[in-house]
Design a protein around this ligand. Structure first.
Ligand code: GUN
Length: 300
């Protein structure tokens, strides 16, 4: 039997409709709208496209949104000064500096400069620490999108064997933490596989939930999947170009064969990808909500 297709596009639409209503309520009750600034340094076409997707989503939700475009030769100090200005800007609740940055700028110094209470990307070491400790804060958007997709699809993670392939700071490490934490969408027994793992296939075959974030097409084939597993494909690999100039994308999972074995699977494109931007919006809304609560308003 063919697997249920977990559509990130549809789920993201649902969440954005909920968020839009919550933004209107926040505005009516408190006169506040969530504010997001996206900062792009240079003119990398993929980064431009990601940032414009984030801006479009913010505008559609009624956020206050600002787009900063800096030239590729911007010096680190100017970027740090800009981040500092937005740290102090009361209208801004979320600061996103699009990565990668030009080589002459330290990504780590820039991320460290962002106020952790506005770190809607969840990349600041304080955010990473909060996630690890189970404290209130911002989790990175791609793993948050995966958890949301699992929850809304009714997948049972509690007590499940979860196997994550990949150990990146953006996906592999945080999703492993989130699947293991004692919370809805978590409570799984997690194995994290990586390039040093001796037999990835043997681990993958034990998985009830298989998250693949290796960055390589064909990482997971049908023989590596347990019948009935839920398979989440985080890969976005450009494997060619269409006649209209658009990229042909493939995930890390061999979709056509694995969908015959799994109980549910995310497609590429249209799976995890659309969820990522939506979770950025959710984090920005949450940041505005947390600020209201800190100021003594209750907005739950
Ligand atoms: N570059 C690719 N993905 C991301 C992301 O999620 N956040 C930021 N800031 N840069 C990225």
């Amino acid at each position: 039997m063919s697997a249920k297709i977990l559509s990130g596009t549809e789920t993201a639409k649902e969440i954005r409709a909920e968020l839009k209503a919550a933004v209107e309520k926040m505005h009516t009750e408190h006169g506040v709208v969530p504010g997001l600034v996206t900062i792009l340094v240079g003119e990398d076409p993929a980064s431009q496209s990601y940032v414009s997707g984030k801006q479009k989503a913010a505008k559609e939700l009624g956020f206050y949104s600002v787009q900063e475009n800096l030239s590729a030769d911007t010096c680190e100090k100017d970027l740090l000064d800009m981040v500092e200005r937005y740290n102090r800007d009361e209208r801004i609740h979320g600061i996103l500096v699009q990565l990668p940055l030009p080589k002459h700028i330290s990504e780590s110094r820039v991320i460290m400069a962002i106020d952790p209470d506005k770190d809607v990307d969840g990349f600041h070491p304080v955010s990473v620490g909060r996630l690890l400790l189970g404290e209130e804060g911002f989790a990175p958007c791609t793993p948050s999108g995966i958890i949301e997709l699992l929850k809304r699809s009714g997948a049972n993670t509690s007590g499940a064997e979860a196997v994550v392939i990949g150990r990146s700071n953006i996906v592999g490490k945080p999703i492993s933490m989130m699947l293991a934490r004692k919370a809805e969408g978590g409570n799984a027994t997690v194995t994290m596989c990586h390039t040093g793992t001796k037999d990835i296939a043997a681990h993958a075959r034990r998985a009830d939930i298989l998250v693949v974030a290796a960055g390589r097409p064909g990482t997971v084939t049908a023989d590596m999947v347990k019948p009935g597993a839920v398979v989440i494909d985080v890969g976005v690999n450009r494997i060619g170009i269409k006649p209209d100039g658009k990229a042909i994308l493939a995930g890390d999972v061999d979709f056509d064969t694995v969908k015959e074995i799994a109980s549910a699977i995310t497609p590429v494109p249209g799976g995890v990808g659309p969820m990522t931007i939506t979770m950025l919006m959710k984090n920005t809304f949450k940041s505005a909500q947390m600020k209201l609560e800190k100021e003594g308003h209750t907005n739950k």
